[in-house]
Design a protein around this ligand. Structure first.
Ligand SMILES: Nc1ncnc2c1ncn2[C@@H]1O[C@H](COP(=O)(O)OP(=O)(O)OP(=O)(O)O)[C@@H](O)[C@H]1O
Length: 232
């Protein structure tokens, strides 16, 4: 469904991604694991066209979308949950959801009701300004906003970072539910426990290059590689 072929991405003169290749098949949850600053977010932004790769290609559902503008990538069915949990602080939770609603003509489209059924804690916050939410509530809202665009593919950048264990467990369950509903997910994670629990396959990135790729069973069994490249 998504394939990156040897992409090189820069911030100005800084060369950040060095020939990153990966693929995600329809229906999979694939994790990119790596330490702080390894390049996980830059991979996500390269797919979204926020930091277009200067070399290599991004193929989505057979189309070359390398360097396509972010709103057009979104229109193709890619939802993005960035790691900064950006919401419109002055709008209510309900308004944040309503203004994100798109592509509602398919079967069982996401709307406010479905979003509240999916994240029940958000329902009672319908009228609350989003700037007053807790970190966990904000993360639910950020994910729900991405879902309101009815994506087929979701880029999730460190969704559980800095959240309390109970919220992390709830989000993990919901990510699995999204997969069961037919969504394909590329997940960036520093937290290997979450990645090992949810994913079908994993990539390890270090210093902007892929160092390892395997099934989650292989990754789980390979303690040496995890110790070398990940936080333990
Ligand atoms: N806007 C920017 N301008 C310049 N350099 C940047 C910018 N954003 C990120 N970088 C650098 O790019 C490298 C990769 O960052 P990236 O955010 O992709 O890492 P990450 O693996 O997602 O880590 P984190 O968990 O901290 O988000 C880092 O060295 C970072 O300092």
């Amino acid at each position: 469904m998504l394939e990156l072929k040897e992409i090189h991405t820069y911030y100005g003169l800084s060369h950040i991604l060095f020939g990153v290749s990966l693929y995600v098949a329809k229906g999979e949850i694939v994790s990119i694991l790596g330490r702080n600053g390894a390049g996980k977010s830059t991979i996500m932004k390269s797919v979204m066209g926020l930091t277009p790769p200067r070399a290599g290609s991004v193929i989505f559902q057979g189309d070359d979308i390398t360097g396509m503008k972010p709103h057009l990538v979104a229109r193709k069915g890619v939802g993005f949950v960035p790691d900064d949990r950006r919401v419109f602080a002055d709008l209510t939770v309900g308004e944040n959801l309503e203004i994100s609603e798109r592509n509602t003509e398919g079967q069982n489209p996401w709307n406010k009701k479905r979003a509240y059924d999916f994240f029940p804690p958000l329902r009672r916050l319908d009228n609350r300004k989003a700037g007053f939410l807790s970190g966990g509530e904000q993360q639910m809202l950020t994910i729900a906003r991405a879902l309101m665009t009815n994506p087929e593919f979701l880029l999730l950048d460190e969704p559980t970072e800095g959240l309390a264990p109970l919220i992390v467990a709830m989000l993990e369950e919901q990510i699995v539910a999204l997969k069961q509903s037919g969504l394909t997910v590329l997940l960036a994670e520093q937290n290997q426990r979450t990645a090992l629990k949810l994913s079908d396959r994993g990539y390890i990135i270090d210093n902007g290059a892929i160092k390892y790729h395997g099934s989650i069973e292989e990754l789980r069994a390979d303690e040496e590689i995890r110790r070398k490249y990940l936080l333990v």
